[in-house]
Design a protein around this ligand. Structure first.
Ligand code: ADE
Ligand code: ZN
Length: 340
């Protein structure tokens, strides 16, 4: 890739719509938090931990990711985690973030819901104030657990309803189709949450249909397998349903064998509302810029493709009309000033 296109991507105003806050826990911070909480890690150094980050599939990653999250005990741990992410993406020109958190990963270990959400939320508020990054917080249910457990989590969220914008569904996809959670998503919709779900990452295109038809979702997380089904593809295009694509995650979890085979360019050319995101940046080798750069290089994306991806990010977000217009203006001004 030529260096001008690289700098264009680095300076591009961006929106991140698929980010698990627990997946932004960098090894260095994990060690620091473990030490202050008097916890021993299975690895004796940051380097040996990083060496373990080699995954053949989603489950191998999740096993390590849930272990890593065990160092998070106090409100300040959740605050520091979130703040580190915001400081990082601020340097990458991210203006708006829609952040997932997995309360069950923590409440299962005896950490209070309040501890988790307060630490994350306070950091997000500080990010809005001091860095100008707007946000929406999305609470995910772990799909390897029961629907009953998800109902309990929804109940715990009740007193924090004003802090949580949406509900999501993540963790082990195969064998846990969206319809397993149809009742709890119905209840969440009734309570006024906007709903999203991971679907078609490792699971088939039918899981994407299932999420659309049974969970009333407003956006699909990943959705890589959507192109396998022509009528699904047509539906996603017609309704302009956002797909939060995560290139480096897809590579690291072997959802694609190499980035050159990634369906993103095909999705863009067909008119799907595909966006670029980082998923779990501390585990997959990069944040927003690294994802944009890697996929642009592998698929030889041109400037128009890259601009389309940035526009799609704004359009697929849950910002209101005026907020979207503001970001489109920032993007247009940036494009006008750029000389590439
Ligand atoms: N939790 C964190 N990252 C995830 C992913 N890529 N898929 C499903 N669940 C996740
Ligand atoms: Zn994800």
């Amino acid at each position: 890739m030529d260096s001008e296109l690289k700098s264009f991507i680095e300076g591009l105003p961006k929106v991140e719509l698929h980010l698990h806050i627990e997946g932004s826990l960098e090894p260095e911070l994990m060690f620091k938090i473990a030490e202050r909480n008097n916890l021993a890690l299975e690895y004796d150094s940051v380097e040996s931990l990083k060496k373990a980050y080699k995954f053949n599939n989603l489950q191998e990653f999740l096993d390590i990711y849930y272990k890593g999250a065990q160092v998070l005990i106090h409100e300040i741990d959740f605050f520091d985690l979130t703040w580190a992410y915001l400081e990082k993406v601020h340097t990458q020109k991210v203006h708006h973030v829609e952040v997932f958190f997995d309360p069950q990963t923590h409440t299962e270990r005896g950490i209070h819901f309040n501890t988790v959400i307060k630490g994350i939320y306070e950091a997000l508020k500080k990010g809005e104030r001091d860095l100008g990054i707007s946000f929406k917080l999305i609470m995910c249910f772990l799909r390897h657990l029961s629907e009953e457990d998800a109902f309990k989590t929804l109940e715990q969220a009740k007193e924090y309803k004003s802090l949580i914008y949406g509900i999501g569904l993540d963790s082990s996809e195969l064998g846990n189709p969206p319809s397993k959670f149809k009742n709890v998503f119905k209840e969440a919709s009734n309570q006024g949450y906007v709903c999203v779900a991971h679907a078609g990452e490792e699971g088939p295109a039918e899981y994407v249909w299932d999420a659309l038809n049974t969970l009333n979702i407003a956006r699909i997380d990943h959705g890589n397998r959507s192109l396998d089904d022509l009528s699904l593809t047509q539906h996603l295009i017609k309704e302009q349903i956002g797909l939060t694509i995560c290139p480096l995650s897809n590579l690291e979890l072997c959802v694609v064998t190499e980035l050159k085979n990634h369906p993103l360019k095909n999705m863009l050319d067909k008119g799907l509302l595909a966006t670029i995101n980082s998923d779990d940046p501390a585990y997959f080798g990069g944040y927003m810029n690294e994802n944009y750069l890697a996929i642009s290089k592998a698929l030889e994306l041109n400037k128009m493709d890259i601009i389309q991806l940035a526009k799609n990010g704004i359009n697929a977000s849950f910002l209101d009309y005026d907020e979207k217009q503001k970001l489109h203006k920032i993007l247009t001004d940036y494009i006008k000033l750029s000389t590439v």
